[in-house]
Design a protein around this ligand. Structure first.
Ligand code: GLA
Length: 393
């Protein structure tokens, strides 16, 4: 369904709950997928994500009081009420802790929100799939606040505010990649971002007869429950140890040569593995970006496998489900490359595949996956879409 059709359907539900009066506005914010450069963003390294044409929709209206009303079609039993005077995380707020976190972060930056809002949300990103439904909702909230109350914030700032909220309100120590990819998204383009200084540029990603296929392991996970924060701490510890003999601000400031030279000082096998992934993945992401610019999908695909193997063996964030999908993909006809995307521990893989081979791929991979894991995976054929926006209806 197109954006307008989805929002028209949602409008009926909105009006039932909140009525027809007032200045009702419509918005969309995308999800994201990372092509390569995993677990590099909190180590000052490079990432290469893009925004998707699936994402989160909102219909919203200003209120006269300070109340916040949240309703999501994805969790229909759960109407959540809060207020601008209660911007603290709590269990009862459930998914609304993401928008609440962004409002809190606006206020922290001195942008006081003058009135409450009625929100009606619908997300087309499967929850817990690793395609950033939470970052999408955070950027969406920032967009709504900017649009409704005329705050002067750039899209880049919306990304930083979203990350700040995620880190400090929802206590997930994520990097900047997800919110940045979403706020700066552009159709048919990947975003080559250097995370230590946020320098970035668009890289054309026009697929022609190749498809970007996302496969969901359907293994449920939540970033907050995962070992994400633990990996981040391991990277910080490895960096601290390297810094005893080499001055660097981030692990990704090290070249492969320097890492090999100084790794002995880390003196712990697991920490060396974590740091090795980060340093090699960063170098690979820079090379992969060049391959993409040159239209060399063969080379790009090979680097996707290398990335996956490094995440599997050194960073240890894959698991049976993701590894089965990549292995199953690697033996299918027409596949150029495949890897896990996002934080890992479940979630999705991405596969570059010749478009006319997609149907056979789905059947064969589904059979192999179900036989190995015991439940089915899901496939999404996605396009690379634009960033967050208000939609006129
Ligand atoms: C999650 C985080 C990102 C990034 C990836 C791993 O998506 O939110 O900041 O660290 O994991 O690359």
């Amino acid at each position: 369904m197109k954006h307008i059709e989805i929002l028209s359907e949602m409008k009926k539900g909105f009006e039932k709950i909140y009525g027809k009066d007032g200045d009702i506005r419509y918005y969309f914010s995308p999800g994201r997928v990372n092509l390569i450069g995993e677990h590099t963003d909190y180590n000052g390294g490079h990432v290469l994500p893009c925004a998707l044409d699936i994402g989160t929709y909102a219909i919203a209206k200003k209120r006269d009081d300070r109340q916040l009303h949240f309703y999501s079609l994805n969790f229909p039993k759960l109407g959540i009420e809060s207020s601008l005077d209660e911007l603290t995380p709590d269990e009862a707020s459930d998914w609304a802790n993401y928008p609440k976190g962004v409002m809190w972060a606006f206020e922290e930056r001195g942008m006081k929100i003058p009135s409450g809002i009625d929100f009606y949300i619908f997300g087309t990103i499967p929850n817990g799939s690793g395609l950033s439904s939470s970052a999408s909702l955070e950027v969406l909230t920032g967009l709504i606040l900017r649009d409704m109350f005329d705050f002067e914030v750039s899209n880049k700032e919306l990304a930083l505010i979203g990350q700040y909220a995620e880190n400090n309100f929802n206590k997930v120590n994520s990097g900047i990649m997800d919110q940045f990819a979403i706020s700066m998204g552009k159709a048919d383009s990947a975003i080559f971002l250097r995370t230590d200084d946020l320098r970035w540029n668009y890289v054309p990603f026009e697929l022609n007869n190749i498809s970007l296929l996302i496969t969901n392991t359907n293994k449920k996970r939540k970033l907050t429950d995962s070992k994400y924060n633990e990996r981040r701490e391991e990277c910080e510890e490895a960096l601290k140890r390297i810094q005893r003999i080499k001055h660097v601000d981030n692990l990704c400031d090290l070249s492969i040569f320097e890492f090999e030279k100084y790794k002995f000082t880390i003196a712990d096998e697991d920490l060396i593995k974590r740091a090795r992934h980060v340093v090699y993945e960063n170098a690979r992401t820079i090379d992969a970006c060049t391959a993409l610019k040159n239209g060399d999908f063969q080379k790009f695909g090979k680097m996707m496998y290398d990335s996956h193997n490094s995440l599997k063996d050194d960073f240890e964030v894959t698991g049976l489900e993701l590894d089965t999908l990549v292995l199953a993909a690697s033996i299918q006809e027409g596949v150029l490359g495949s890897r896990m995307t996002g934080a890992g521990f479940g979630g999705c893989t991405i596969t570059l595949i010749e478009t006319d081979k997609v149907e056979k791929f789905k059947t064969d991979v589904q059979d192999l996956y179900t036989a190995t894991v015991g439940y089915p995976c899901s496939f999404y054929e996605v396009s690379i879409g634009d960033g967050p926006r208000r939609i006129e209806m």
